[in-house]
Design a binder for this molecule. Sequence first.
Ligand code: HEM
Ligand code: NAG
Ligand code: NAG
Length: 525
Amino acid sequence: MYNIPLLALVCGFLFSIYRFIVYPTFLSPLARIPNSHFTASFSPLWILWKRYRGAENKAIHDAHVKYGPIVRVGPNDIDVNCVEGGIKTIASFEKPNWYPNAFMNFGVTNMFSMTGSKQHSIRKRIISNIYSKSYLQSSDELHRIANIIIYTRYLPVLDSLAKARTSVDVHELNFAVTMDNITAYIFGLCNGSNFIQDIKARKHFLQDYHCRRPYQFYGQELPGLTKMLSRIGIRLVPKWSDEATQRVENFCLQMCNAARASIESNTTPSSENTPTVYKHLYHSLSPKSDQPPSSASPDSNLLIASEIFDHIAAGHETSGVALTYAIYSLSQHPTLQASLRAELLTLSPPIIYSPSSQTQTSLPSPRSIDTLPLLHAILMETLRLYAPIPGPQPRITPHTPASLANSLPLPPNIRVSAQAYSLHRNPTVFPSPENWDPSRWTSASKPELEEMNRWFWAFGSGGRMCVGSKFAMQEMKLLLATIYSGYRTSLVDASGIAMKDTYTSGPEGGRLIVRFEYASESAKS
Ligand code: HEM
Ligand SMILES: *[C@@H]1O[C@H](CO)[C@@H](O)[C@H](O)[C@H]1NC(C)=O
Ligand SMILES: *[C@@H]1O[C@H](CO)[C@@H](O)[C@H](O)[C@H]1NC(C)=O
C-alpha cells in the first residue's frame, strides 16, 4: 500500500530541494557567477547578516578582490565592479523598492526614491535646471548668500577659533555650514537655517537626524517582515526613532511654509532671500489652476516638501562628510596645506577675513575657484578614498534580458548593485588605492585621467546620477578655500575617524576634533 500523504510530502520536499537549491545553484543563469559565500546561491542570509552588522561594503569588496568584477551575494542579488558591462550597463536600469522603502518623506516619494524611469525623467527635467553648473555659477542669489554666510557667519567663527587656539568638532561645523547654504538656496537666507551661529538648534537637529540610522535596515531590507510584525504589535523600529523622524520632517515643513508664505505674499524679497528652489518647485509641481485637484495625487505641499527634504538631507550630509575627510587628510600634510594656500592666494580677491571690512568684501567668482588645479585634486582624491556614499546602489534588471560583465543574459528583477567603495579601489586605475594622494590627479597623463574619471563614482552615473553634484563641488571648494586661505588645521583627536560601513557613510565616532591656527602672522586680524 502506498502512503499517499507521505508520497506527497516526499514529492513536495524533493521539489523544494530542486526549486530552492538545485535550480538556483546549478541551473539558473546566475549559477555561473562566483558566489561571495557558499550559501549565496540559495540563501540571502549571509548578505542580510552583513547588512545588519554594517559589514556589507567590505564583504562585497573582499569578494571582488577574490572572484573578479561580478559576484553573487544572494540568490537574486549580484554586485558588479567594472565600467564596461558594469556601471555603464546598469546606468539605465530602474531602482528597486529598496529606495521608496527607506527614502520616502512625509509618506510621499521624490526624485531620489522613485522607481519608474518615466515618472523619474519628468521630475529630473524639472529639477536639473536649477542645479546645473551654469545656473549656479551665474546665480546672483547664491553669490549674495555665499558672501553673507562666509563673511558674517563662517569666517568670524574660524577667526575666533584661531585666535583662542581652542579645538573644535569640525565635523559638526561642516554640517552646520552645508545646511545653512543648501537651505538658503532652497528657502532664501532668512527662511533657511542658521546652524553656524545657533549651536543649540544645530545639535538638536543632528541628534534627531542621526539617531534613526541603525533602524533603517528593517524597513529597507525586510519590509514584509517589518510590516507583518508591526501589525501584531511588535515594533522593530522604536517609537522614539519615528518621533525623531517627525521632528526632522517638521523642521523641513516649517521652512517650506515660510517660503510659501513669502511667495504668496507677492512681495519681491531681496536677492539673498529669494527661495530659488522652493519657488521653482512651487510653480512646476503645484496643480495647474485650470485642472481640478485630484484626490488620488498627494497634497502638492507635501509633494514639494518630500522633494525638498531630500535635497536638505542629501545636500548637507554628504558634503559635510567629504569636507571632514578633506580636513582630516590635509591636517596630516602641513606642506600640502602651504601649497594649497599659495594657490588660493592667487584668487582675486583672496578670501581673507577682516572684521572691519565685512560688508564690502566680496568673494572671488565661482569659476575662478572651480579651476584651481590643486584644490580640485584634493577634493577628487577625498571623494575617491572617502566617498560619502560608498555602499551598493541597487538597481533591478529589466524585462529584456541583460548581460553584465560576461554573464549569461540575466532574467528580470535581479537586484544588481555597484559600489563606489570598490570602484575607487581598483589598483590598476588608482595605484596604492588606500593612499590619500592628490598628486595622482595632477600628474596623470590624459588617457590615465580619462580612465580615472570613468571609474570615479562618488556621484553615481547615468540617469540616476546625483543632481546636486555641481552644487556640492562648488560649495566644498569655496569652503576649503575659505579655511586654507587664512588658517592651518591640525589634528587634536581623530579617534573614530574610520568610515562606517554603510550606504551613506561618515566617521564612526561622528566627530573630528581639530585646531585652527593663523596660517601666517600677517593673517591675524
Ligand atoms: C559630496 C556631496 C554629494 C555626494 C557624494 C552625493 C552622492 C550621490 C549619489 C551617489 C547619488 C546616487 C545614489 C543612488 O542612486 O543610490 C546621488 C543622488 C542624488 N543626490 Fe547627491 N550627492 C551629494 C550632494 C548632493 C546635493 C548637494 C544635493 C542637493 C540637491 C543632492 C541631491 C541628490 C538627489 C536629489 C539625488 C537623486 C537623483 C536621481 O535619482 O535622479 N546630492 N547623490
Ligand atoms: C521668510 O522670508 C520673508 C522674506 O522673504 C520674511 O518676510 C519672513 O519673515 C520670513 N519668515 C520667517 C518665518 O522667517
Ligand atoms: C553654496 O553653494 C553654492 C552652489 O554650489 C556655491 O556657489 C556657494 O559658494 C556656496 N556657499 C557657501 C557659503 O558654501
